[in-house]
Each structure stands twice: as C-alpha cells, then as structure tokens.
Design a protein around this ligand. Structure first.
Ligand code: ADP
Ligand code: MG
Length: 399
C-alpha cells in the first residue's frame, strides 16, 4: 500500500516559518525540546480537526488565529498548509489552503485548492474567499469564507476519498491518567488522542479484529514482560481495562485494572493500539505519535521500534522523539529521519545533513549515537535552497 502523505509544506504555522519535507512510510522527527516537532505534527492534526469539526473549532482549541500563525516581528497575517498525498487507490493529489486575518476582524480561508492526478487532469477545485474560482465539477455545494470548502466538497463523490483519507489521520499524545480513569462506553473504532476511549477500542478489536489484539498483546508482552493480555472490563455503567499479569508466588496470572498499572504500561498499550487498530476495511491513513519513548524503560525501545516498523504494513507512521534509545538501530534508513532545530525561535526542518548521512550509511554510528553527540542537524544546503526558492503552496508541484 502506498503511504498517504508524501510531502508537507507549511508556512507560518506556529514556530515554523517555512518547511517543505517529504515523508516516508515511517518518519522520525528528531530534535531538542522546543524545536518545533510537535508544531509540525499539530499542523497535520489541525487539518483533520478543521475537517472533522470546523475551522473555527480547530483554531479555538489552539487559542485562536494569533496562536496558530507564527508570531514574529514581521507579523505574518496568514498561515498555510499544503499536503501532497497518495490515496489507497494509487491516485495522487494535493490539498492546500491558507487562512488569514480579515481587516475587519476575524479570519477567512483566503485560498483553498484540492486536485487529484494533477490540476486539470482529474477532479479539482480552487476557491478564494468563499467563491469558487475554478472547479472540475458542474456544481459545487454552497461554501463560506470561514469554513474549509473541502467539508462541503466531500458531498461530491469526486472529493469524498480525499476528505475521508484526511480525517482518517490519527494523532496521539497518550495520557496514562486518562487511560487509568473509568471510561464511558463509546465508539471504539478509532482510538482518541489521549486514550480516552481505549477500553471501548479494546472491546471493538476483540470483536472486529482479534488477530490485531493478539499482535498488540505480543508486543506489549515484549515491552512489559510480566503482562500477558488485556481485556475490556465493564465496571457498573462504566468500563476499564483488565490486565493479566504474573504475580510472584502464583502460577496463574492475576488480573489488574488499569488504575493499578504503571504509566509505562498504559502508554505502551496506547501506542500499540494506535499502531495496530486498523483492519483491512478501515483504519488510520496515518498515525502520528508524540514521543513514544516516554515512561518506557530504554530496554523496551527495541520492541517499540519493531512495532513502529511493523505497523507501516497498514498505515503511515510519524513520530516525534528525542530518545537516543529509540534511534539506536543501524537499520533505520537515513531518509526516515527529519532533523528539527530552533534557530532564534524559528523552527527549521530538513533531512539530516550529508555528514551524518554518510556516518549512518557506513554504519559507523546509529542515529541514536549521533543524537547523543548532538550531530543530527538539518541539512544546511536543503535549508538554503528552501530560503532562495519561491515558496508556493498552490498549484501542481513543479519539483
Ligand atoms: N504562534 C507561534 N509563533 C511562534 N512560535 C510559536 C508559536 N506557537 C508556539 N511557538 C513556539 O514553539 C515552540 C514549541 O515547539 P514544539 O513543537 O512544542 O517543540 P517540541 O520540539 O519540543 O515538540 C515554543 O518555543 C513556542 O514558543
Ligand atoms: Mg513536543
């Protein structure tokens, strides 16, 4: 299966002034704290939020337009996002928009484009400030400037697959506290961001994809060897997770509720479910995970890394990390690494520089060792080139 997002361009999104990166089936965004890794992931999450809910909601959840667009002395008035993708059908395309402040207050979608198989060759639309400028379809549903037109456009069969694929991206920042609490039974088809519906997801996997649940349990057991299984457990009108765990002096594993499990175990389970929740008929097109290594023993990193690779058979995986342990593997392809640094408050993202690539290619070091040595830097030539080139969010890619 082709991986979904092929290339991401951002303009003035939070700390990112410009970025233009290619993504593979598995990508590690690596860099120090505060460099902009989460901001990159959040830009993708923003697209999903704005399509599932509304643009207004997506902005408000992040504190409004002023928090989302980059703050700098130059006062950029708008931010933009361009995603180039390949659908499961093999069809390629792009979706791009920018959002800016209106002089009279508030904001608007200044321009929005979606095109499949290249502009003019497949379905496309081009919208400016609430008006359809060009469109391949005979009639486009009603749109307004304060909403993304793709939401209305998803009513047309031509654009529906793009909408569906973008809203099927999942973003995870798993919170053991949320996983530990009793949860309301709810829709368990897609794991929520912090793990809010994890018990329902385990119940759903049990029924819909028991083989995935077995896989999740096998990996969990390698990360936390004392844990042998996990089930959904009704608790009155609520539900929780029940873990089968070895206990000293007992020949049979005991059962423990999520409230008694460690942060590391709960986070690891959340990550594994995020990775392996998909079935052939449905599942995330992309799984973005914030710092999967948190609260895990360094020795668990190998199993975790294997799980990340394994999951790419069914979905695209994008993780942020500053863990040398997670990257301690000579088999991580150099193309899978995007280095992120903050330069006077402005994030720079690019493939790692050629010196680091060469060291990895010769297997003199692992990426983890280079990270420990502070040698994973974005390629200066790539950044210079990006700075010199006209930066276009719209139109068919020329490169
Ligand atoms: N609208 C904005 N304009 C400029 N910088 C921003 C904006 N929003 C957040 N930042 C900066 O982004 C940085 C945090 O980036 P983040 O992606 O969370 O880092 P990390 O690499 O640790 O995940 C902070 O330094 C913060 O000041
Ligand atoms: Mg972060």
């Amino acid at each position: 299966m082709p991986h979904f997002l092929q290339r991401v361009k951002l303009k003035n999104y939070k700390s990112i002034a410009v970025c233009d990166v290619q993504l593979g089936p598995l990508t590690f965004l690596v860099g120090p704290n505060g460099s902009g890794k989460s901001n990159f992931l959040d830009a993708l999450h923003f697209v999903r939020d704005a399509l599932v809910g509304s643009l207004d909601n997506a902005l408000n959840e992040r504190g409004g337009l002023n928090e989302v667009r980059r703050r700098s002395s130059g006062h950029p008035t708008h931010f933009g996002i361009r995603l180039e993708f390949q659908l499961a059908s093999g069809r390629v395309g792009y979706y791009a928009f920018n959002v800016g402040a209106r002089p009279a207050g508030g904001y608007e979608v200044q321009r929005e484009e979606c095109a499949l198989s290249g502009l003019g060759q497949g379905p496309y639309f081009h919208v400016e400030a609430g008006q359809v400028v060009k469109c391949s379809e005979s009639a486009f549903p009603a749109i307004t400037a304060d909403r993304l037109a793709l939401v209305s456009g998803s009513g047309l069969s031509a654009f529906r697959p793009v909408f569906d694929a973008l809203v099927a991206m999942g973003f995870y920042n798993l919170n053991p506290k949320v996983i530990r609490e009793l949860q309301k039974p709810q829709d368990g088809r897609l794991l929520k961001s912090a793990g809010d519906n994890i018990a329902s997801v385990v119940g759903h996997l049990m029924r819909a994809a028991p083989q995935n649940k077995v896989l999740i349990e096998e990996y969990l057991n390698r990360v936390v060897p004392s844990v042998h299984g996990v089930e959904r457990m009704p608790v009155g009108p609520m539900e929780s997770l029940s873990f089968r765990q070895d206990t000293a002096g007992s020949t049979h594993p005991w059962r423990f509720l999520a409230m008694n499990m460690s942060d590391g175990t709960l986070r690891a389970l959340g990550i594994l479910i995020a990775l392996f929740q998909g079935t052939d008929s449905q599942g995330p097109t992309l799984v973005g995970i914030e710092e999967p290594e948190i609260a895990l023993h360094p020795a668990a990193a190998g199993a975790l890394r294997e799980a990340l690779h394994h999951a790419t058979e069914h979905t695209q995986v994008l993780v942020t990390s500053h863990s040398p342990e997670l990257l301690d593997d000579v088999l991580i392809p150099t193309d899978a690494l995007i280095a992120v640094v903050a330069d006077s408050g402005v994030s720079k993202l690019a493939p790692i520089d050629s010196a680091a690539r060469e060291m990895l290619r010769q297997r003199l070091y692992t990426a983890g060792e280079l990270l420990r040595l502070d040698q994973l830097e974005p390629d200066a030539d790539v950044l210079n080139e990006l700075g010199n080139r006209q930066f276009e969010l719209f139109g068919v890619a020329k490169v």
